[in-house]
Design a protein around this ligand. Structure first.
Ligand code: SF4
Ligand code: SF4
Length: 232
């Protein structure tokens, strides 16, 4: 109740994005990043910890393929981790044209999500993130969508429905792959049951790693797609 009264007194309905775009403590471990070790042997030992092949040693440095990282934290004690939320990277193309800067509609497709990416997405319309303040809206139909947001590794059963959703969207359109599964197949694909992520079905424009990516990282990715900000 106190936050409500404070809001009434201050006349503030929503908050700006946090200064420095840092993640709230303890919500997510963040993402590992390139780290230099004392010896080549030490670097090699770190890479052997990773269950998804996201770590690669080059002499004394360990590089991270973020799209493959499932945030299992096995490498956390040794590896440096980033605490910002600007995780998305353009895979192809770029943001939508200028006319979309102030408003886009997003169609979410669950292509085999475990539940956690969807759970983070469900927070976007709550008062903490309030996605509408950026002019970004979720739509139930691909025919009204400018952005196709895909979660899950794309199970074999979802390959065709995902393609149909993309084809039903009017141009211009963009595809955002959210989470390690949609970005690379994660721990599920490629396999007999799953593809290697959304790119196996549709042309992916922006990739957002994380397992799951926190809501703030999803906000940054959507804002990058409509040209409101540039990925770092
Ligand atoms: S946190 Fe990511 S990079 Fe580190 S071991 Fe787990 S999957 Fe690999
Ligand atoms: S990326 Fe992680 S959280 Fe998201 S659907 Fe895959 S396993 Fe679940």
């Amino acid at each position: 109740m106190s936050w409500f009264i404070r809001g009434l007194r201050a006349g503030v309905l929503t908050e700006n994005l946090p200064e420095g775009q840092n993640l709230p403590a303890s919500l997510t471990p963040g993402l590992p990043r390139r780290t230099d070790f004392a010896t080549e042997q030490e670097a090699l030992e770190i890479t052997s910890l990773c269950p998804t092949g996201a770590l690669r040693a080059e002499e004394r440095a360990v590089h991270v393929t973020s799209e493959r990282c499932v945030e299992c934290m096995r490498c956390k004690p040794e590896q440096d981790w980033r605490r910002d939320a600007d995780w998305a990277r353009f895979a192809d193309g770029g943001p939508l044209e200028g006319a979309f800067t102030r408003s886009i509609h997003v169609r979410i497709v669950d292509a085999g999500d475990c539940g956690s990416c969807l759970s983070e997405l469900a927070q976007l319309n709550g008062p903490s993130y309030n996605l509408h303040r950026f002019g970004i809206f979720i739509t139930p139909t691909p025919r009204q969508a400018d952005v196709l947001l895909v979660v899950g590794p794309v199970t074999r059963q979802m390959l065709d429905p995902l393609k149909l959703a993309y084809e039903a969207m009017p141009a211009p359109k963009r595809v955002l792959a959210v989470g390690a599964c949609a970005a690379s197949g994660g721990v599920f694909g490629p396999s007999v049951m799953c593809a290697a992520g959304a790119a196996d079905a549709v042309p992916v424009d922006l990739v957002l790693p994380g397992c799951p990516p926190p809501p703030l990282a999803i906000v940054h990715a959507l804002r990058a797609l409509c040209g409101q900000e540039r990925p770092a």
